[in-house]
Design a protein around this ligand. Structure first.
Ligand SMILES: Nc1ncnc2c1ncn2[C@@H]1O[C@H](COP(=O)(O)OP(=O)(O)OP(=O)(O)O)[C@@H](O)[C@H]1O
Ligand SMILES: [Mg+2]
Length: 279
């Protein structure tokens, strides 16, 4: 295990104008860190010794060809790999300075601090209200019914969905359109005030209008949250993220301010990927 220091890792030049914000975010203490993280599925190694600092109040995009380990790595940050038979994680993952793989750490508590939004919207088979109220209720975040209602309304508002659903909070979450369901899942994720939000291709099942709404929402949320988004859409990565990490064949190839990655990457493999030569 490698001890984490308060010093962020060195990466890239900070001379390029326009990336000051991304670089400033990166210089502050990271919200989440990975040190020498490897993941195995049975005998097969899917991720190789990844080191990465993820800043707070920032969107980081994970990009790379299919099968390179983006989802596998994302799942390390909320111990979702624990739920996969035969999966094994080595190395150290810290959220806010605490190793989430320490013995005694409850994975359920980790998942309350680190929310996840999946590729396919997956509302619970419950009402719109209950979808959002569920997390705060089981984690005891509301003192009264009025408290709970306030959390639900606030979360739906912040997810940009409240106006569209305010007259039918008792309808099934699954009765919403795909784009609305995804925003409901985001409302559900933020209702427990997580420290980190992981999004695995959250727009891949959405049309361009719903995609634009979710991107707008991500942009708003990043003022207060640490967000990681996996995307196959290079334009989306460029639009929503301040920093980008490029993965290939289970290795983190490079991580830098997004505009560096898309205009002047240091690694040939990154250049080849973003220009569409493979993947
Ligand atoms: N549950 C699992 N059991 C066994 N192997 C797995 C499992 N999940 C992923 N893998 C393997 O780990 C490697 C990385 O997969 P992962 O899903 O992390 O890639 P990805 O970058 O998210 O790909 P995509 O862009 O297609 O979603 C692949 O070789 C994949 O076959
Ligand atoms: Mg994936």
């Amino acid at each position: 295990m490698v001890e984490i220091s308060a010093e962020p890792t060195q990466s890239g030049s900070s001379a390029r104008p326009g990336s000051e914000r991304a670089d400033a975010a990166h210089r502050s203490l990271p919200k989440a860190t990975a040190r020498d993280v490897s993941v195995f599925y049975g005998e097969k190694q899917a991720l190789f010794g990844v080191n990465l600092d993820i800043p707070d109040r920032n969107v980081m995009a994970f990009i790379g060809p299919s099968g390179c380990g983006k989802t596998t790595f994302l799942r390390c940050f909320n111990r979702m790999n624990d739920t996969i038979t035969g999966a094994r994680v080595t190395g150290e993952v810290k959220i806010q300075g605490k190793n989430i793989y320490d013995p005694g750490v409850d994975p359920v508590q980790v998942r309350a601090r680190v929310g996840m939004v999946f590729q396919k919207p997956n509302p619970f088979p419950k009402s719109i209200f209950e979808n959002v109220a569920y997390g705060p209720r089981i984690h005891g975040l509301a003192k009264s019914k009025a408290d709970l209602e306030e959390i639900v309304v606030n979360s739906l508002n912040r997810a940009g969905l409240f106006e569209e659903v305010k007259d039918r909070l008792d309808s099934e979450g699954t009765s919403l359109s795909g784009g609305q369901q995804q925003r409901l899942c985001i409302a559900r994720a933020i209702a427990v005030s997580p420290e980190v939000i992981l999004m695995d291709e959250p727009c891949s099942a959405l049309d361009p209008i719903a995609t634009a709404k979710v991107e707008e929402l991500i942009d708003e949320l990043h003022e207060n949250y640490c967000i990681v988004i996996v995307t196959h859409n290079m334009q989306q990565a460029a639009r929503v993220s301040q920093r980008t990490a490029f993965f290939h064949l289970g290795y983190l190839v490079e991580e830098d301010a997004t505009d560096h990655i898309f205009t002047n990457p240091r690694q040939r493999r990154t250049q080849d990927y973003i220009t569409g030569r493979f993947g």
